[in-house]
Write a protein that binds this ligand. Structure first.
Ligand code: AVJ
Ligand code: FE
Length: 439
């Protein structure tokens, strides 16, 4: 007797495993927290962690049960967990169910989701189910909220957060390779993707962008390099700052990256519960767009556009081939790059020797998100799918694009074409940058 295993059968098993794995990680992150810490609004910028939890589950219910019965509108998301009804700063006063109750709701939803998955037609003609797209979307939603939760945990008031499991950095000294720049020869470069199995609507469609030759930093800007900016008066030298940047600087009074403190022995930084002397070899983190922009001017450089960033990360000019990841098409793992959260911080630049792009840029994926000079806009012929509130609602000049993922990004939510965005003043995100210049 032979058993015929259809591809969609194994796809279903894979998706079920991924859903379970995502949930396990979500709960692992929250394991060390008291019920008070789960409910607290630790910062006006962030939701209570209990809100993220309930929101993750109700988003999943909306897309993996209700939407399979007939198209819904995103605004039908239940009131408590609808992000558009409740701005983050107000979520601390919502009557959120406690962890036990929330967990029961999440388990109940998940059971129904897995039942539906058993019958789901992943070979469907419709783009929502075909190749499991909607499942990949829901998975990435949970992954992204994990990173949001880690921003909250880093901001946490009271006792600093102590993870239950922590990875140590790769052995062996990192190659010291700061300060260099790589040349991108320019030309017509494919940007974005036509993938419909996992990519978000904002990554589509693939289209050619004509680029002039440019230089781009081989590594993200390091703490050591950033200290030179501070020590040469970077935060008080008007000429390095854009008008909006200078306004931000004057109102915020900022003098260094977030989570840095001056001590008698020099700078120290905090990553979760670990306060350490500033390691000059790590990429600078928790800087806003304006700080990145000012630093670039200080060096006589500029920030790359998101297209330059993507070209430098993905394009093999000689082979005319576009890689999915800087190192090639092998999926992201925490062996290849500092991703997947469990490092709970950055690593020295160059710690992952295989994490190098065709033109020789290190660490484009992992450690820190990288600010680009681009506004978050739809690509030519952008089509909103499956709901405008993920991307389209945020298009415009208010948001800047960040690329490349951070140590807090789960591997399933990062690739060369992935676009993140935030306000240019935000610093609680795991954000750094690298510079570029015209060739
Ligand atoms: C893509 C990170 C900007 O957090 O606002 C989560 C991801 N969208 N739930 C965000 C997201 C809906 C989004 N970012
Ligand atoms: Fe969300």
């Amino acid at each position: 007797m032979t058993t015929i295993v259809t591809p969609s059968r194994s796809d279903r098993q894979l998706l079920a495993r991924l859903l379970t794995e995502a949930r396990d990680r979500t709960f692992q992150l929250l394991e060390p927290l008291s019920s008070k810490d789960l409910r607290a609004q630790h910062d006006p910028l962030m939701s209570p962690l209990l809100w993220d939890l309930g929101h993750i589950a109700h988003f999943e219910e909306l897309w993996l049960t209700r939407n399979l019965d007939g198209q819904i509108e995103f605004v039908e998301m239940p009131g408590l967990y609808n992000p558009f009804e409740h701005p983050r700063s107000t979520r601390g006063s919502l009557p959120l169910p406690d962890l036990e109750r929330c967990r029961a709701i999440m388990d109940e939803i998940r059971q129904r989701v897995l039942q539906r998955l058993d019958e789901a037609d992943l070979d469907s003609a419709g783009p929502l189910l075909r190749d499991g797209y909607v499942y990949q979307m829901v998975l990435q939603h949970e992954y992204q909220h994990n990173e949001t939760m880690l921003q909250t945990l880093q901001l946490k008031q009271g006792q600093p957060y102590t993870p239950v499991e922590r990875q140590s950095p790769p052995a062996g000294p990192a190659k010291v390779l700061t300060g260099g720049m790589a040349l991108f020869p320019g030309g017509s470069v494919p940007i974005g993707t036509d993938d419909r199995s996992a990519a978000y609507d904002n990554e589509r469609p693939a289209h050619l962008v004509k680029l002039e030759p440019f230089w781009i930093d081989v590594t993200p800007v390091t703490n050591g390099e950033f200290v030179e900016f501070i020590e040469s008066g970077g935060y008080s030298n008007r000429e390095f700052w854009s008008e909006a940047g200078w306004r931000w600087l004057e109102t915020s009074g900022v003098q260094c990256p977030k989570y840095w403190s001056p001590t008698a022995a020099g700078w120290s930084t905090r990553s979760m519960d670990q306060v350490q002397p500033l390691d000059p070899r790590h990429p600078v983190a928790h800087v806003c767009y304006y700080e990145a922009e000012a630093y670039a001017r200080f060096r006589g450089k500029r920030l790359p556009t998101e297209f330059e960033w993507e070209a430098a990360a993905s394009w093999e000019p000689a082979a005319q081939y576009k890689r999915q990841f800087p190192w090639g098409d092998a999926p992201v793992t925490s062996k290849l790059a500092n991703v997947d959260q469990l490092m709970f911080g950055t690593t020295p630049v160059g710690s992952y020797p295989e994490n190098v792009s065709p033109i020789g840029c290190y660490g484009m994926i992992g450690d820190v998100w990288e600010w680009t000079s681009s506004n978050f806009e739809g690509y030519p012929e952008f089509e909103s799918f499956p709901y405008p509130e993920y991307s389209e609602a945020f298009f415009g000049s208010e948001y800047k694009v960040l690329r490349g993922g951070s140590w807090a990004t789960r591997p399933g939510a990062i690739r060369n074409t992935f676009r993140n965005w935030d306000y240019p003043i935000r610093r609680q995100i795991f954000s750094g940058f690298r510079c570029a210049s015209d060739a």
